[in-house]
Design a protein around this ligand. Structure first.
Ligand code: HEM
Ligand code: HEM
Length: 187
């Protein structure tokens, strides 16, 4: 009998791909804005979009951890050796860290620094650290420093997926693909 590929929970898979699309957009906009002088257009307008995407990503990250905690992740493919297992786990932990740390540090910077916190041009998020210069400064340093971890971790994550899908041709991508597989561990 042909064995089906063990896959992540279907809701987790959808959250993963929604996150991937929004995250890559937020990352590229942030990268572009970081290279433009403050106060100029279109940096100002793009940063509004960047922040709204960032807060949306925080909501998705919270939802994702809740789904992840109450579902069973498939065991790593049997073809993964100990080094590949370790690299994959470290990469996933780094991505989970980033998914929370980037929105939180961005919010610290914008909220304490007195910058706009409008959500897609509608309401404004509450300003929890208003006027606290140390929080604004630390938030900015942490956000800009963690951006390097973002580029490395996301770059390696996508490169590894392409390697598994196109060169090794194993089941790694199918485990996360929305339409494929079943959400049960391998027998
Ligand atoms: C997952 C969510 C987020 C990601 C991946 C992300 C990523 C980035 C990146 C890569 C940069 C460029 C850093 C640089 O080169 O200086 C950046 C800049 C920035 N981000 Fe975010 N960010 C996120 C969420 C947020 C949030 C929620 C806010 C605010 C509420 C925010 C506010 C900013 C600001 C103001 C800048 C410009 C910083 C500067 O020019 O020094 N970000 N972000
Ligand atoms: C085009 C972009 C992306 C592709 C092709 C991709 C592909 C994949 C694949 C195939 C897996 C399953 C790996 C396995 O089971 O061993 C996975 C897992 C994962 N991905 Fe992505 N991904 C992308 C973007 C992202 C982004 C932007 C993030 C977050 C910043 C992310 C976070 C994660 C995490 C945390 C896991 C582990 C899932 C878990 O254990 O809950 N991915 N990704």
């Amino acid at each position: 009998m042909m064995s089906e590929t063990a896959a992540y929970d279907p809701l987790l898979r959808w959250i993963h791909w929604a996150t991937a699309a929004l995250f890559i957009a937020a990352m590229l906009i942030g990268l572009y804005c970081g290279l433009q002088p403050p106060g100029t257009s279109p940096r100002r307008e793009l940063l509004e979009l960047h922040k709204s995407l960032g807060i949306t990503l925080l909501v998705l990250a919270i939802l994702r951890v809740m789904v992840r905690a109450r579902t069973i992740a498939p065991p790593e493919p049997r073809s993964f050796g100990p080094m590949v297992r370790l690299a994959s786990r470290l990469n996933h932990w780094a991505l989970y860290l980033i998914l929370f740390a980037m929105p939180v540090t961005g919010y610290m910077f914008s909220s304490a620094g007195g910058y706009s916190l409008k959500y897609f041009g509608t309401f404004s998020w509450p300003r929890l650290f208003a006027g606290d210069k140390a929080i604004a400064h630390n938030g900015e340093i942490a956000h800009d420093t963690l951006a390097y971890l973002v580029y490395v971790a996301v770059g390696l994550h996508i490169a590894a997926t392409l390697w598994h899908a196109l060169v090794l041709k194993d089941e790694t991508l199918a485990r996360m693909w929305p339409a494929a597989g079943r959400s049960k561990p391998q027998p």
